[in-house]
Design a binder for this molecule. Structure first.
Ligand code: FCB
Length: 406
């Protein structure tokens, strides 16, 4: 039996574009069409059904919920803010509050307004200023009801997918563009952090908790050879720790949000820098069970990444962790195994204060469309019928008692 602390945050996470539906002013909306991808369309119609969805959240004993604000709804045209959208998000937050659920709010979760992307997105020298103008409006509207903020979701996933691999909009494939966006996102966080704190101070409310949601993988070498050893060390620094190092140095993290899914298995066959930084094992060494998208299931890696954060001496919230699968037993096994890993890290001194499963319900998984099923709740996209999965009920017991029967 494993006992988590009484005041632990338990819940699930979503993002606006993936669940709300009809985000017609977002860059992903136009890109899906241009790139011939599966369309997000009405998604889970969470923009309309959020009250009902939060009734389910409450029934599942969650005491926290992570969601994101859709910038393209709040500011559909540059400098024009939609009162309707702002009021909607105030209602959303209040709907959580009256149910006793702590809202955790992300300001940027992969999507941008079309006007922003059309003027060079995160490469434009004005991008940080533009982002801050939006953050200012949203923070002022929500400050009295929100304590936890994530400025940017997974900066490293965003800049690599969108600007290096070219598989997300705007489909750039350039190291230099990626580097510029990396720098701009770091600046955006630092400035947004300071802005949010300033607003709370001005209206005289308790200091907020502000972070990013940082994507971390367990980086593991296929063997202990010198090349793999070096490659693991370099990637551990560049992929996992470089961003938190920078943000901690600038004193702009009140906690660390960690998104953890999988293992990154390193097997390098040449000393060329490209191989050292990117080559992964293709020989099926150390095979593991995989999720529906082929990502390795590696629960012990979560202990590993959490221990690597211990040096920062900050609270940590698991802001995403989950599995896409058609076998719900597998989902429960995944949750259990990862919670055990979280607890092991806590026993070794990592101050983990919350765990949010990805995701509350099945939703639009970006370039993969609707087939991956990550949800605690099954969504029938034809009828919008929600069905609570067995794994959700088992997780609900843990949320209620803080006890995991091992
Ligand atoms: C993370 C994203 C989230 C979701 C999960 C599966 O990288 O933050 O939106 O797509 O992966």
């Amino acid at each position: 039996m494993i006992q988590f602390p009484k005041d632990f945050y338990w819940g699930a996470a979503t993002s606006s574009y993936q669940v709300e539906g009809n985000n017609t002013n977002a860059d992903w909306w136009s890109w899906e069409k241009e790139a011939g991808k599966e369309k997000s369309g009405p998604a889970c119609r969470h923009y309309e059904f959020y009250e009902n969805d939060f009734d389910i959240v409450k029934s599942l004993n969650h005491n926290a919920h992570r969601l994101s604000i859709e910038w393209s709804r709040v500011e559909p045209r540059e400098g024009e803010f939609s009162q309707e959208a702002i009021q909607h998000y105030i209602n959303v937050i209040m709907t959580l509050r009256v149910r006793g659920i702590e809202p955790m709010v992300t300001l940027h979760h992969f999507t941008n307004p079309i006007w922003f992307s059309e003027s060079d997105g995160w490469l434009n020298p004005l991008c940080v200023k533009r982002f801050l103008r939006y953050c200012d409006v949203v923070t002022k509207a929500l400050a009295r009801h929100v304590h936890f903020w994530y400025t940017i979701n997974e900066p490293s996933v965003y800049f690599s997918h969108a600007y290096l691999w070219g598989i997300w909009p705007p489909q750039a494939k350039s190291f230099f563009k990626m580097k510029a966006v990396h720098d701009n996102l770091n600046d955006a966080h630092v400035e947004a952090y300071r802005l949010i704190h300033k607003i709370y101070q001005e209206i005289n409310i308790a200091r907020p908790m502000v972070s990013i949601a940082h994507h971390m993988q367990a980086i593991v070498g296929c063997d202990q050879g010198l090349r793999n050893h070096w490659a693991v060390a370099m990637r551990e620094y560049l992929y996992n720790l470089e961003i938190p190092n920078y943000l901690v140095k600038h004193k702009t993290l009140d906690f660390i949000g960690v998104n953890y899914y999988s293992r990154h298995l390193v097997d390098v066959h040449s000393w060329w820098i490209g191989n050292l930084l990117m080559e992964i094992c293709k020989d099926n060494h150390h095979p593991l069970k995989k999720n529906f998208l082929g990502w390795d299931i590696y629960p012990e890696g979560l202990t590993q990444v959490l221990l690597s954060l211990k040096k920062y001496n900050l609270p940590v919230i698991i802001s995403e962790n989950g599995i896409c699968t058609t076998d719900d037993n597998e989902r429960w096994e995944y949750i259990q195994a990862h919670l055990k890993s979280v607890h092991l890290a806590m026993e070794q001194g990592v101050n983990v204060t919350g765990y949010l499963y990805w995701s509350l319900m099945d939703n639009f998984e970006w370039a993969h469309g609707y087939s991956p099923r990550f949800g605690l709740i099954d969504v029938d996209y034809n009828t919008q019928q929600r069905t609570i999965r067995e794994s959700a009920k088992k997780f609900a017991n843990v949320c209620q008692t803080g006890i995991l029967e091992a």
